[in-house]
Design a protein around this ligand. Structure first.
Ligand code: DXP
Length: 256
């Protein structure tokens, strides 16, 4: 998978929040071998500073790139400032851009998102925006400088899977050259496989692994599902049809 100027062996991006302990988070990351590990500046600012050396060591060990996010931001101004602070703290110009509109669904605010994406891109950031599958917003984010789009599968933390398969399919078809990552709302590995089977370049998830009874095993299961989904996509899945078609030849069947 190629995002901006970097090629990644893995198509999985993993969050680092909500785990029962830092040790479990580290073990799950080792099991998943993700391309990118997300981290929230707010967590660091809220006393999670001890977490940073652990993440740094994990990135060195696994080869993952750190991806700070602007989680919890509700305006473009907040997200821009958070992004700029994250660049200083985490020493990276990569940023997962979240501007949240609705407190209940955590649906992204398309207006704030496009505005923040434009300002941060002009400031040299590599912006990965958390968006919906809306085509017009996607166009505007690309025009604002984003080279990757991350439409939601479902609301963050909902574990609902791909809520709008039609919309995700249309988005994929409309932008065949743009790396697309399904971000948020995945609950089980088959959801991730489905995203990859649709031709999505990767998935970003957190809650489904962190809140599993056994996060380490679930991390491994998601990594396997991502690989399986991609392999299936490359193999060219047959189209579904309404009518039955016998898979055993009927020609030459003995008449009874
Ligand atoms: C880690 C992160 O960036 C989350 O905000 C992300 O959107 C994942 O969502 P889930 O927790 O639903 O997998």
């Amino acid at each position: 998978m190629r995002l901006y100027d970097q090629t990644f062996a893995s198509r999985l991006m993993l969050g680092t929040a909500l785990y029962p302990s830092p040790q479990v988070m580290a073990d799950a990351t080792r099991a998943a071998r993700p391309a990118l590990l997300t981290v929230s500046l707010r967590r660091e600012g809220a006393g999670g500073g001890g977490f940073w050396p652990l993440l740094q060591a994990l990135c060195t060990e696994t080869g993952a790139r750190l991806l700070p996010n602007t989680a919890g931001c509700h305006t473009a101004r907040e997200a821009i400032t958070t992004g700029q602070m994250a660049r200083e703290v985490f020493e990276t110009e990569w940023i997962k851009l979240e501007v949240i509109a609705d407190p209940e669904t955590l649906q992204p605010d398309p207006f704030g998102l496009v505005e923040a994406a434009r300002v941060l891109s002009e400031d040299g950031f590599k912006v990965l925006p958390y968006c919906t599958e809306d085509l017009a917003v996607a166009e505007k984010l690309l025009a604002a400088g984003c080279k990757v789009l991350m439409p939601w599968g479902a609301p963050i933390g909902s574990a609902r899977g791909l809520n709008n398969v039609y919309g995700l399919r249309v988005l994929r078809a409309r932008f065949p050259e743009i790396p697309l990552i399904v971000d948020a709302g995945l609950g089980v590995p088959s959801h991730a496989a489905q995203a990859l089977e649709l031709g999505y370049d990767g998935v970003l998830l957190n809650t489904a692994v962190a809140r599993a009874d056994d996060p380490v095993t679930m991390a491994r299961a998601f990594a396997m599902a991502v690989d399986a989904g991609r392999l299936a996509y490359e193999a060219g899945p047959m189209a579904a049809r309404d009518m039955a078609a016998p898979s055993t030849p009927t020609v030459g069947l003995a008449a009874l």
